[in-house]
Design a protein around this ligand. Sequence first.
Ligand SMILES: Cc1cc2nc3c(=O)[nH]c(=O)nc-3n(C[C@H](O)[C@H](O)[C@H](O)COP(=O)(O)OP(=O)(O)OC[C@H]3O[C@@H](n4cnc5c(N)ncnc54)[C@H](O)[C@@H]3O)c2cc1C
Length: 395
Amino acid sequence: MTEKYDVVIAGTGVGGLYSALNLDSSKKILMITKAKTEECDSFLAQGGICMLKSDDDYDSYFEDTMKAGHYENNKKSVDTMIRNSQKTIKRLISYGVDFERNEDGSLKFTKEGAHSTPRILFHQDITGKEITSKLLSAVKKLPNVQILEMTEMTDIIEENGKCAGIVAKDLSSGQESKIMADYVIWATGGIGGTYKHSTNFPHLTGDALTIAKKHGIPVVHEDYVQIHPTTLFVKSNKGKKERSFLISESVRGEGGLLLDKNGNRFVNELLPRDKVTEAIKEQMKKDGTEHVWLDMRCIDSGIVKSHFEHIYERCLEEGIDCTKDLVPVVPAQHYFMGGVDVDENSMTSLDHLYAVGETSCNGVHGKNRLASNSLLESLVFAEIAANKINEETRK
Ligand SMILES: Cc1cc2nc3c(=O)[nH]c(=O)nc-3n(C[C@H](O)[C@H](O)[C@H](O)COP(=O)(O)OP(=O)(O)OC[C@H]3O[C@@H](n4cnc5c(N)ncnc54)[C@H](O)[C@@H]3O)c2cc1C
């Protein structure tokens, strides 16, 4: 059976959800996800989301993003992300997102590696869940949006040089069908599922990239893969494909230290992720170990149990009390800076096909993403894509 929609969105993470929230309410929209709606990386984000604190911080935020990205970033994209950050955070708060506050009620900022000042908003160590669950609730209230879980996009339909829909597979019955649409938005996330050790959900396997290549749609910087320096080393994981548990960079931002097998520091913990990862890998080689140690004992135990509650609990499950014991950590695949090549409106080279979030590449992250820039980037450029579609269809 062939169905027809105004817009089909593949992916229900922040990129997909925020696209739906910004499209005109007159549009008939279908969202599909390969898994359950809660099973996406957006729900896993721990550390937080960046915001330009004031105009005084613009140059520093811009420079930190560029420096982390080895100055390969698209400057226009960086500027767009930063300048839209305050507006985006206000919208999130209007959907009920609860960020940590100071006693006077002002927003509280934390710091992560390669940021020269605290500019990251957070909700304990489950910022992604807080943001994504609130956006999901808002989308579920929209009468013009239908969400189909366990439905995989396997291809797109091209007609007269335009994207005219997708081919989707119902994963419970195995049945494939054509879904026609005036516009398609890809928001299918990262590629971690193709790695043995990754912090990503295993079903995130870069499907849009495969489909793009089949249709001659450019994919760029496939080698720009970010390895997160600190995921929990669990011996029983060996040989099994399991999601690696991330120990957020903000742990180091709050004072956590990295130690070698003899208990000595070997790197500046607040360097960009690629530099810290490199140093850890070298140290493991030198020491002949499978991990290094993260020392969280220097962080006030009250802060550990409140700000890092879920990390604290996950470590306890492994018999590690991170307020007293050292935590074994190892690098793992984490984020994909490359992706489907898009312009400043999140448009791919194929008419009526857009890509947003981790699956797309607008060059904002350059060669290496600055911590806590990806939720923001996904939201900002999803809104831009939706606005562009609204504008085109209102003409
Ligand atoms: C452990 C962890 C911690 C993180 N912490 C932070 C942080 O603190 N701050 C920050 O800014 N970023 C963080 N990130 C990165 C950030 O979470 C992601 O980059 C961002 O959420 C990506 O959003 P997205 O909408 O592009 O993709 P996702 O949220 O991953 O959603 C992808 C969606 O696409 C669907 N999908 C995939 N393939 C198909 C297909 N073929 N058909 C149909 N549906 C499909 C999936 O089911 C899912 O619904 C973290 C990531 C991880 C893994």
